[in-house]
Design a protein. Structure first.
Length: 573
């Protein structure tokens, strides 16, 4: 190769090298440019986001923080804001047999020894059951709701398999009070039985967890009702008791109690056996408490106009049966006397004049052919005698036999009877003054006014005298009904009820107290009827709750019964 060829080759090589370098520099510059543009774009997006958050009124981050701090379930309070159910942090005792690894020994001391040490900390634990659980090698809870000091004692046992996870627990600061209203929360965090079940979705809604759910009940009234029912139940050795305090103008339930009660903080076999709600779920024949309803229906229909008219009070033979009174009340009685002395025979004769259709329509308008109207899930279906009532059935229903309803049905009916004639559904929710339901008219206002007089007379002069709290103008009616059983009605078992309202010159509250199978004891003068056991419960309760509800005693005021008082005889002034 000559010198010219070599020189040419060298020149070409230099050109290629320069070209490659320029290409590489160009690629590097473009890469740097794209990278710079990417950083600029990210910076612009960040600036826009910062500006948006600065200008926006939506507290995104603070709301998220608030959600994180809120308990998983909202609080329930009474109508005045007193807490009834709330969530709180707690420890649990969990058995983790794999704490030392799959090949490790779960327990150093052995199941029996560890179970005995746990029972020394928690005396209510069953040692044998805990030992079996530990020996099974299966993980699971040993105990929920462990106090911090007890958690420290468990850790002192020195077993790594006994773990103490911190959880959120449901706590009922009032203990067993209002248990049948509240219900409880199960191990899975779901509401059961009462308003915990009804409000489950609302209480777990993240948007509403910080807003307490206010119920209609007043813990002061609730406590007084439970206390007086318990005293009355124990005094006459009754199987159970039920009671309710109802606002006659709104349908709000101020108190509702079913005894025996349970403790929602500790659900065990005994507690589960007492969860049945006697107020809303158990249907009873409520006896003579139905007589004022029958009389109100007859007044409304114009069947009863002259309150001085004398009715035959002798036994009523009909369809192979004989309707009679518990004891002879004389040959004749007028309407005020029939109610004061609780006459079956006169009430039956008035119902016969009224007729099956009109009495049936009144009962249906009062909701007695359907489950009671209230939010609680446990609602008993009445034993309704169909739509075609015989003459005998009409007569027996008039004094509370042959139809079975809940005490809540009765309370709502009495509210309608004294509030001007308007039936409204009961509610467990606190209502504002403008939220009261319109309801439906069952009785004329004039009929309601008459019934206020008659009910007051029963408490002042008749079977309800033991409920007549001085100055509170109580009015109401007793009812003592034999419980049905195999072979007919059982004379030895009664359901005793007193349905009342106060103050009768301007009724504000209905009170119903019921005892299931009371016995004749010294406390009841060895009597089993409502006049001697259920009526005194109301008589003791009203002076306790009246001042709390803004009703002060005033012996200078009363219902004007001047036009009816001359019609009644045989009563002490």
């Amino acid at each position: 190769m000559n010198a010219l060829s070599v020189s040419t080759a060298i020149s070409v090589g230099r050109v290629h090298l320069i070209t490659n370098r320029q290409r590489s520099l160009t690629v590097a510059r473009w890469r740097a440019l794209w990278l710079a543009m990417a950083f600029v774009a990210i910076g612009v997006v960040a600036l826009i986001r910062i500006a948006f958050l600065g200008l926006s009124d939506r507290p995104t981050s603070s709301a998220s923080l608030e959600d994180a701090l809120l308990p998983p379930r909202g609080e329930i309070t009474d109508r005045n804001g007193v807490p009834l159910a709330r969530a709180f942090p707690a420890y649990a005792l969990w058995y983790n047999p794999d704490a030392l690894g799959e090949d490790g020994t779960p327990l150093v001391k052995g199941p029996e020894k560890v179970a005995a040490e746990l029972a020394a900390i928690f005396p209510d634990l069953d040692v044998e059951e805990v030992a079996e659980q530990l020996a099974s090698g299966k993980p699971g809870y040993i105990r929920r709701r462990v106090l911090p000091e007890d958690a420290n004692r468990v850790q002192a046992i020195g077993e790594l398999a006994l773990e103490m996870p911190q959880e959120t627990d449901r706590y009922y600061p009032q203990g067993h009070m209002a248990a049948h209203v509240l219900g409880y929360v199960d191990a899975m965090g779901n509401g059961q039985v009462g308003m915990e079940q009804v409000l489950d979705e609302r209480l777990t809604d993240p948007a509403r967890r910080g807003e307490p759910a206010a119920l209609s009940i007043d813990v002061r009234v609730q406590g007084a009702l439970e206390d007086e029912l318990r005293r009355g139940m124990l005094a006459v050795n009754a199987l159970g008791a039920a009671g309710i305090v109802l606002d006659v103008d709104t349908g709000e339930v101020l108190a509702l109690a079913s005894l025996p009660e349970f403790n929602p903080n500790k659900i065990d076999a005994r507690g589960e056996s007492h969860m049945f709600n006697r107020v809303t779920n158990q249907v009873y024949e409520l006896g003579s408490t139905f007589k004022p309803i029958t009389i109100a229906s007859a007044i409304d229909a114009g069947v009863v106009r002259d309150f001085g008219r004398r009715y035959n009070a002798e036994p009523v033979p009909i369809a192979g049966f004989t309707i009679k009174d518990s004891h002879p009340l004389g040959a004749t009685l007028n309407v005020p006397e029939a109610l004061i002395h609780s006459s079956n025979t006169v009430t039956a004769r008035i119902a016969d004049e009224l007729g099956a259709e009109r009495l049936r329509r009144t009962m249906a308008d009062l909701g007695m052919n359907q489950r009671p109207y209230i939010e609680l899930p446990a609602r008993g279906m009445p034993l309704w005698p169909g739509e075609d009532w015989s003459r005998l059935r009409t007569m027996t229903i008039s004094y509370g036999h042959g139809i079975a309803v809940t005490p809540l049905h009765l309370a709502s009916a009495y509210a309608a009877m004294v509030n001007g004639g308007i039936w409204r559904p009961a509610t467990m929710h606190r209502l504002e003054s403008s939220e009261a339901p319109k309801g439906r008219r069952v009785f004329k206002a004039s009929t309601s006014a008459r019934m206020r007089q008659l009910l007051r007379m029963i408490a002042a002069y008749g079977t309800g005298r033991n409920a007549d709290a001085a100055g509170y103008r109580v009015g109401g009616k007793t009812g003592s009904a034999e419980k049905p059983g195999a072979g007919g009605y059982q004379r030895s078992t009664l359901v005793s009820t007193f349905a009342a309202a106060f103050p009768m010159d301007r009724p504000r509250y209905v009170v119903v107290a019921m005892l299931d199978e009371p016995k004749g004891t010294t406390a009841s003068s060895f009597q089993r009827t409502a006049a001697w056991n259920a009526a005194p419960i109301v008589g003791n309760l009203v002076p306790r709750i009246g001042p709390l509800l803004g009703v002060r005693p005033n012996e200078a005021r009363d219902v004007d019964i001047s036009d009816l008082r001359p019609l009644i005889g045989g009563v002490d002034e």
